[in-house]
Design a protein around this ligand. Structure first.
Ligand SMILES: C[S@@+](CC[C@H](N)C(=O)[O-])C[C@H]1O[C@@H](n2cnc3c(N)ncnc32)[C@H](O)[C@@H]1O
Length: 220
């Protein structure tokens, strides 16, 4: 598997200087480098942004800014990313990474619990949400226990035809173990996958990429 992964890395677009800097800093300054989306998923989400022509993106769970840089790099000049992170200790690192990548002008970092930030953004967007405030893409990568809540909160903020990309939906294979582990994260992800696959308002496909990426498209 490692051999195949190395081959894929070698034959895919390589990460920019700024992304390599974020990876190094994440190893030096945090104990959670495994939370990074990584180059292959990073290139994929950047390409999804570019090929769909997305101009408004929402990210839940910035961590050190790796996926934020990938998403923002795919946006047009007038595009915008709102990225939401709980841990205020990461703010300086995130901002420096965005600067180095030359995308800071397209990104707003919101520090705080994303459920509260979402309610705030939602109340600023009108009821129903004004068309120009709808998101083309939501990248969901915060607390796995809260995915169902996030889905309910963001659904009306996504335009018809827009995408919700949910990361880590295979949760290291635990969601299909028999018996399934009963920890809160595994239960949260399993409940989320069931919720999405039985929601008639969307179509979805889980890619077995890294820890599983659910691509969910809101029907028109
Ligand atoms: C898996 S990491 C995100 C990785 C990032 N998307 C990347 O690819 O580099 C999850 C992040 O979500 C944040 N988080 C967890 N619960 C949150 C919440 N309720 N609101 C906002 N952020 C949250 C954590 O602090 C952590 O930084």
């Amino acid at each position: 598997m490692e051999k195949i992964y190395n081959y894929i890395e070698k034959h895919s677009t390589h990460p920019s200087e700024a992304l390599q800097w974020i990876v190094r800093q994440t190893h030096i300054r945090t104990n959670h480098a495994r939370m990074l989306s990584g180059n292959i998923q990073g290139q994929l989400i950047r390409m999804i942004v570019q090929t769909t022509g997305a101009s408004r993106i929402l990210e839940l769970g910035t961590f050190t800014g790796y996926s934020a840089v990938c998403l923002a790099s795919g946006l047009p000049e007038n595009g915008h990313l709102d990225t939401l992170e709980l841990n205020d200790e990461l703010e300086d690192l995130i901002m420096e990474g965005l600067e180095r990548a030359g995308v800071s002008g397209k990104v707003t970092l919101h520090i705080g619990d994303c459920r509260q930030t979402l309610q705030k953004l939602r109340s600023m967007s009108g009821d129903p949400v004004k068309e120009e405030m709808l998101y083309d893409i939501v990248y969901m990568d915060a607390n796995k226990r809260e995915y169902c809540e996030y889905y309910d909160l963001v659904f009306d903020m996504v335009r018809p035809g827009g995408l919700i990309l949910a990361d880590n939906v295979l949760w290291d294979g635990k969601v299909c173990q028999d018996p399934m582990p009963q920890d809160k994260q595994t239960l949260g992800i399993a409940r989320f996958n069931d919720m999405v696959s039985s929601d008639p308002r969307v179509e979805s496909v889980i890619l077995p990429l890294r820890d599983g990426l659910n691509i969910i498209r809101k029907k028109r």
